[in-house]
Design a protein around this ligand. Structure first.
Ligand SMILES: [Zn+2]
Length: 554
């Protein structure tokens, strides 16, 4: 479907001379020495692990501004500055009682931590839920593209909704195998993420949302949920997050079974019924009460934003975005005597690549027609906060933003024959990438663990959620001259030895030759989209397509 906006863009592009085609080989090479220099600087002791609101942030923001300036880029904020302020609040819950559930004269209590793990995003030192009616809403999903609505028009305003984790587990007829055409089968869609459940609760005005934890469907045990207990950062919306449900929480499977049984209901039976389109919400006939105190502190953090204005006056007010989060965890519990969480690969490496892209986009000839926007965003490790803030308060219209290409953790193990795309096939951007990869004699491969929902776990997702086609890649796994298991071994070694630990520092064995090739591909995608006659689109059936189509019709 073509939209009025697309037609304008198309007509404008057609009236100009066709773009000078550049092969991938003709595009600028990634300067890995420069990239490594930037990674070393950003992950050094001096930068203290780059936590938002610390001296590490101040040094990082200053360094990125200097480097973007030296690259010849322009300040990316239309107010003439290099940053976008991102107000955050740190909330630490302090619990004063259990979850109390009443049915007639009977009272049940569920202990915080052992049975029940609650939070509130509402910026308030005290949040109280009093005698709120409880209702089981299945998976809590409204997905028009799958003709699925768990609520069936039932009003849940002020109520406590109890929901299942993951996508509806819809099997093929007479089989235990998941139907790949409904919610992506084994692959998790956004409807399966816990953040979706909380957002739906807020949208429908529920007072509280309780997710039933099932290890098999969550992908991690309950003790991971129990570990969510400390300070959490959040964005401060103008309504101080009062539009969110008061309580967002998890309950253990055992506790949920007890809860349902107290209402004379069988959890397993209802959970099975929830995997059908015919499911209707089931009132539990009981009320929930809970109160929570929180400690609060505010932090003013910043996204660093640079741009290179497009060369074609007819389309220079259209944008191609690259993102990479600059933040990491700062100073924390020491490991082998080192308290600094350097975040060298995660994500000094992507940030350094972003700087390199600014340098190369400034030099490439012919210059891109549309404007290139480089966003080094904050708070990714705290829940994609900087990118979510940009998506909520974009500096340039989202309906003139063609794409976001995200860089998080570059390949440090050398060249690969393949390249991993998280959520491969989501949008036309993958076709650009496939064509570019073919020029390098390489192929694309899908994410090997789609059930973990990685597409929803870095900054590109903030753009996808508001409709902008977004791409996120990961290192390949097929290393020439190495055994077939090598790629997975390196991946596992990364997860166990380095990921989110002080050991994520620059290692002497790092080899950025693969990152240079990958980088050239991501450069090619952005460059070609910036010069293309049409906007890239989501593929039919994608969960973000409806939002994008609506936006472009405006
Ligand atoms: Zn990261």
């Amino acid at each position: 479907m073509r939209t009025p906006l697309l037609l304008v863009a198309f007509a404008a592009a057609c009236s100009a001379a066709p773009p000078q085609p550049l092969s991938v080989a003709q595009m600028p090479a990634i300067n890995t020495d420069a990239v490594l220099t930037d990674i070393k600087k950003l992950s050094s002791n001096e930068f203290e692990g780059r936590a938002p609101g610390t001296k590490g942030e101040a040094l990082t923001v200053e360094y990125l501004e200097e480097q973007f300036k030296a690259a010849g880029a322009e300040p990316g904020n239309p107010d003439g500055s290099w940053t976008q302020k991102v107000p955050m609040v740190g909330l630490t819950p302090e619990f004063d009682g259990p979850l109390t559930v009443k049915k007639g004269g009977t009272t049940l209590t569920f202990k915080v931590h052992d049975d029940f793990v609650p939070f509130s995003q509402q910026v308030s030192d005290q949040v109280t839920l009093a005698n709120s009616d409880m209702i089981f809403v299945g998976y809590g999903v409204q997905a028009p593209e799958f003709n699925w609505d768990d609520f069936k028009g039932v009003d849940v305003k002020g109520k406590t909704i109890v929901v299942l984790v993951n996508d509806p587990q819809v099997t093929l007829p007479n089989s235990t195998e998941l139907d790949p055409k409904t919610f992506g089968g084994k692959a998790m869609t956004y409807y399966g993420r816990w953040t979706y459940k909380y957002e739906k609760a807020a949208e429908l005005g529920a007072a509280a949302c309780i997710i039933v934890h099932q290890t098999e469907y969550a992908g991690y045990p309950f003790n991971v949920v129990q570990g969510f207990g400390g300070e959490r950062f959040d964005l401060v919306t103008p309504d101080r997050n009062m539009g969110k449900a008061k309580i967002e929480s998890w309950i253990s499977l055992d506790a949920a079974k007890k809860l349902f049984a107290a209402g004379g209901l069988d959890f397993t039976t209802l959970a099975a019924r929830a995997a059908t389109r015919e499911f209707k919400p089931v009132p539990l006939g009981m009320t929930a009460s809970f109160s929570l105190k929180q400690k609060m502190r505010t932090v003013d953090s910043e996204n660093v934003v640079a741009k290179i204005t497009g060369a074609d006056p007819t389309v220079k007010n259209e944008y191609v975005v690259y993102t990479a989060h600059w933040d990491h965890f700062g100073i924390g519990a020491p490991v082998n005597g080192d308290p600094i969480y350097h975040g060298a690969r995660d994500n000094a490496s992507g940030t350094a690549m972003l700087l390199e892209f600014a340098r190369e986009f400034k030099k490439v000839q012919p210059a891109p027609k549309r404007t290139m926007l480089f966003i080094a965003d904050t708070g990714e490790e705290q829940g994609l906060l900087g990118s979510a803030y940009y998506a909520a308060f974009p500096l340039y219209p989202l309906n003139k933003t063609l794409a976001d290409i995200n860089m998080d953790e570059v390949n440090v193990w050398g060249r690969t024959r393949d390249y991993t795309v998280i959520g491969l096939g989501a949008s036309d951007l993958d076709d650009y990438l496939r064509a570019a990869a073919a020029e390098q004699g390489r192929t694309l491969r899908p994410d090997s663990e789609p059930e973990k929902g990685f597409y929803y776990r870095s900054d590109h997702f903030s753009f996808a959620k508001v409709g902008v086609p977004a791409m996120h890649t990961d290192s390949g796994v097929d290393f020439p001259g190495k055994p077939p298991t090598y790629g997975q071994e390196k991946r596992d070694e990364w997860t166990t030895k380095f990921y989110h630990q002080p050991t994520d520092a620059v290692q002497p064995w790092w080899d950025l030759s693969g990152a240079a090739e990958d980088g050239r591909l991501l450069f090619a995608v952005g460059y070609r989209v910036a010069n293309a006659q049409t906007f890239p689109e989501w593929k039919p059936g994608n969960e973000f397509k409806a939002t994008r189509d609506k936006m472009l019709m405006k």
